[in-house]
Design a protein around this ligand. Structure first.
Ligand SMILES: [Zn+2]
Length: 84
């Protein structure tokens, strides 16, 4: 009984290792990995650009104000909108 359980566990570990190795090879040594890294770079730069107000400059993500329509604006711009 114990042997069957150990064999099953080892088989699962073998499968997980094979899948991890396949993903590693795909990401490191194929154009797919380059695309993934370039897409990640784009998201990082877009996220950083979202935090820079053209008038008031960069802000921390926690300082930004989320409008009801889903847009984010900087706190200074929001205060100007609220106080007119
Ligand atoms: Zn602003």
């Amino acid at each position: 009984m114990t042997e069957i359980v150990v064999e099953g566990a080892l088989f699962v570990v073998l499968l997980a290792t094979a899948v991890a190795l396949l993903i590693f090879v795909l990401v490191q040594f194929t154009p797919l990995g380059l695309r993934i890294r370039q897409a990640r770079n784009r998201r990082l730069i877009e996220a950083a650009a979202d935090l820079v107000c053209p008038i008031h400059g960069p802000h921390a993500a926690t300082d930004m104000v989320l409008l009801p329509n889903g847009e984010r604006i900087c706190p200074e711009c929001f205060q100007e909108v609220v106080h007119g």
